[in-house]
Design a protein around this ligand. Sequence first.
Ligand SMILES: [Mn+2]
Length: 425
Amino acid sequence: MIEEKEYKQRRERVANSLHKNSIAVLYSALPSIRSNDTEYLYRQNSNFYYLTGFREDNAVLLLTRGKTDIASYLFVQKREKRLELWTGKRLGVKGAQKKFRHDNVFISQEFEDRFNELSKVYQHLYYDFGLDEKRASFLRTKTKTYTSYRNIAPLIEKERLIKSPSEIKLIQKALVITQKAHHYAMSYAKELKLERVLQAEIECIFKKNGAYSDAYTSIVACANSANTLHYISNNKELVNNELLLIDAGCEYEYYASDITRTIPVNGKFTPTQKELYNMVLDVEKKIINMVRPGTFRSLLQKRSEELLCKGLIDLGILKGDLKKLLKKKKHKKYYPHGIGHWMGIDVHDPCPYKDEKGKEIPFTAGMVMTIEPGIYIDKKDRSVPKRFRGIGIRIEDNILVTKSSYKNLSQEIVKEVDEIESFSS
Ligand SMILES: [Mn+2]
């Protein structure tokens, strides 16, 4: 768990990074409608959660920085029996004060007045530029005219780049649960008939083990479906001798995991599947081995493209000279995506890749990223030897940058051919 004092430190760091004479407003996420009057499972706005640990909707965080002082105000929905009958108990002001040891807690109805009052004192207004139009225009037009309007989101997202030891523990816990789901799939995919049934089993394992939900919609893609990168319809059959790409990870206490494994439905790789799989696996391991403080994601990207392009030549999928093929970006047809992304409270953590001057940020201890090379060969691609057509493979792990090199946080989730095969026997 993350202690309240850590949230407090985060608020202080962000408040101190504001310009002097500033007020910053951060809203909780709006509930989102699924259809008519039913809602999706509520999830807090990630930046709001990072600074508060507060999971209820209808809340606002206000940070101020004066000439010498900083302050923080939290506005929460007041406890009301009538509402609680429908949507459950709220912490209310007292509960939030006690749980979060937050000094200035008020009911959300007081936000407007307090904001107008504090607005008189400060010159600069920070808010999330990604905010919905209604709330953004309230902040911008219903109050006074500020000297400047600034985006609060990048200041928070910069802080989120380096994970604390307690954040890393939560990611590891998420991965322990995600591991169970992937190992289940390796054992039992052959007994199931449909992609979406396997998806349900995976998500059942997430929830049974204490995860709130999936961290993103699971991809359970058999055979040629794996060549649709964001295949989430999961509505086809599991075909006996085909490969199955599963990109699924749970969210535990607001921290994501993001794991892809590609396994044979019946538990045994064909020689062709094994050839292509081992090529991608070899590249994945080599790229993971490059992770260390001081290096760059762009270097990993470049190297992964070189290695995969060479692998495709060796297998007869691409023909020609390595340098020329790379220059013409011929490999992009089969490896069209990035090598990986930051991960944390969001599965794709919106932390910066470049600093304010546009220079790439080097890896630093405490950063967490995915490494996920893949090769996708459409079943209709007649330029490729027939035996490879319709195969899509991605292998993805979650990597922590350490002081001296890296730690593969998902190393317990098996990926060697013989290990995967032994699960189903
Ligand atoms: Mn990913």
